[in-house]
Design a binder for this molecule. Sequence first.
Ligand SMILES: Nc1ccn([C@@H]2O[C@H](COP(=O)(O)OP(=O)(O)OP(=O)(O)O)[C@@H](O)[C@H]2O)c(=O)n1
Ligand SMILES: C[C@](O)(CO)[C@H](O)COP(=O)(O)O
Length: 229
Amino acid sequence: MKYSVIIPAAGQGKRMKAGMNKQFLELRGEPLIIHTVRLFVHDASCQKIVLVANRDECVMMKTLMEKYQLSKVVVIEGGEERQDSVRNGLAYVEEEQIVLVHDGARPFVTDVVIKRLIHKAAKSGAATVAVPVKDTIKRVFSGKVIDTLKRDELWLIQTPQAFKAPLLKEAHKRALEAELIGTDDASLVEWLGHEVVISEGDYQNIKLTTPEDIVFAEAIMQEKERRKS
Ligand SMILES: Nc1ccn([C@@H]2O[C@H](COP(=O)(O)OP(=O)(O)OP(=O)(O)O)[C@@H](O)[C@H]2O)c(=O)n1
Ligand SMILES: C[C@](O)(CO)[C@H](O)COP(=O)(O)O
């Protein structure tokens, strides 16, 4: 099934504490964003990659796409919040298509996970990749536990998330009008009252957020290279 993907990469990477946008940090000698974009460049079903960059990083992103010969990529300007960046990206997506949203900071999603997700979204309209929570999760207030949540109902939500394009456009439009900000795109669709289906993900599909994630990322890359050879 054909699809387009929006890759928000217009953050600051503050929690990474690298003094620069983490998208440009190198993993195995190549910028993080290159690893992520390449996943979709090599997928024949992917029609268009909308790469959302900070205003002052658009030229750098375009130069990188040329340097690594990554086709199908349109670089556009992001917004203040991740949600603003995704909304800007939606303007470049055709109405009839399935659209994926995938964090620039998640370079390890696999083809299998992407295909399964698209299949689910084509049927239901909205789906997100997720994995079951492994730890016990408690709700805490003022340093005191107030509740222990039922673990078998809890999932860690990742990206990509996939939607019928008109549905995600409507969710973003309505969220903007209502001044609602969600930490992911699926939550906006949920808020519209539309069902979002879970699609099984992969624990290696980490988001590089804090410095220790670089260590995990290097280990995942090493393991992937070992399996290939
Ligand atoms: N205004 C924003 C904020 C975030 N993102 C992107 O959304 C993804 C997930 O966000 P996160 O991991 O939180 O990245 P940052 O916002 O860069 O990190 P931080 O919150 O630590 O500054 C990242 O690929 C990031 O570049 C974006 O496109 N536009
Ligand atoms: C979309 C996301 O990756 C799902 O886990 C996450 O919510 C992004 O959150 P962030 O605060 O922008 O890192």
